[in-house]
Design a protein around this ligand. Structure first.
Ligand SMILES: O=P(O)(O)OC[C@H]1O[C@H](OP(=O)(O)OP(=O)(O)O)[C@H](O)[C@@H]1O
Ligand SMILES: O=c1cc[nH]c(=O)[nH]1
Ligand SMILES: [Mg+2]
Length: 209
């Protein structure tokens, strides 16, 4: 059964408060999403395997640890997920990046797919799906299905803010996927926006509203 990790580190909570504030403008919002993503990447990669290698310090020969060859890919759900990619790549520069294009139809609230491009060796990689918002869970469920259909088996989902409804929905549809979030908010409103949330993450990142 999958797990939900709520990362409530003080730095994450502080930066979340800043991005929730409606007076935070696009430039600062984008910088904060990048910083939050980097902090989350640090925790999400806690289980990376290590191996010993021989090195020589200025003092003596010794064995020391390096990350041992796990192949990673970061997969943002377009568009808002793009804001989280650089933060992850800062810590994981060798990771590949796949893209899944989805938007939520404002009438039906169902995800509409428009793009999918993943590394060809996706079945050998650990995939980290990133999207700032997990609301109804429709987009994340569809993205996970997309990616599983291409052969991936090792997948994590990382979101900044989740609604309880979205977590439940992903759990039910994909019980094998661990979910990492910085906050679980109260509920969804009548338009399926997260309350209190931060509004429309894509619009706030790209200044489209
Ligand atoms: O859990 P859900 O109910 O599916 O909602 C969450 C989705 O909504 C947002 O994307 P949006 O549809 O606004 O597209 P955008 O990133 O292009 O703005 C968000 O970035 C998620 O992908
Ligand atoms: O609150 C929400 C819900 C879906 N998508 C967003 O960007 N924000
Ligand atoms: Mg949006």
């Amino acid at each position: 059964m999958s797990k939900v990790f709520v990362m409530d580190h003080p730095l994450l909570q502080h930066k979340l408060t800043l991005i929730r504030d409606k007076n935070t403008g696009t430039k600062e919002f984008k910088e904060l999403v990048k910083e939050l993503s980097m902090l989350m990447a640090y925790e999400v990669t806690r289980d990376l395997p290590l191996e010993d290698i021989e090195i020589e310090t200025p003092v003596c020969k010794t064995k020391s640890k390096v990350i041992s060859g796990r192949k990673l890919a970061i997969v943002p759900i377009l568009r808002a997920g793009l804001g989280m990619v650089d933060g992850f790549l800062n810590l994981l520069p060798a990771a590949k990046v796949g893209h899944v294009g989805l938007y939520r139809d404002p009438e039906t609230l169902n995800p509409v797919e428009y793009y999918c491009k993943l590394p060809t060796d996706v079945h050998e990689r650990e995939l980290i799906i990133v999207d700032p918002m997990l609301a109804t869970g429709g987009s994340a469920k569809a993205a996970i299905k997309f990616i599983k259909d291409k052969g991936a088996t090792n997948i994590k989902l990382v979101c900044l803010i989740a609604a309880p409804e979205g977590i439940d929905a992903v759990h039910k549809a994909h019980p094998d996927i661990d979910i990492y979030v910085a906050a679980v908010d109260e509920k969804l409103d009548e338009h399926a926006y997260i309350v209190p949330g931060l509004g429309d993450a894509g619009d706030r990142l790209f200044g489209t509203k």
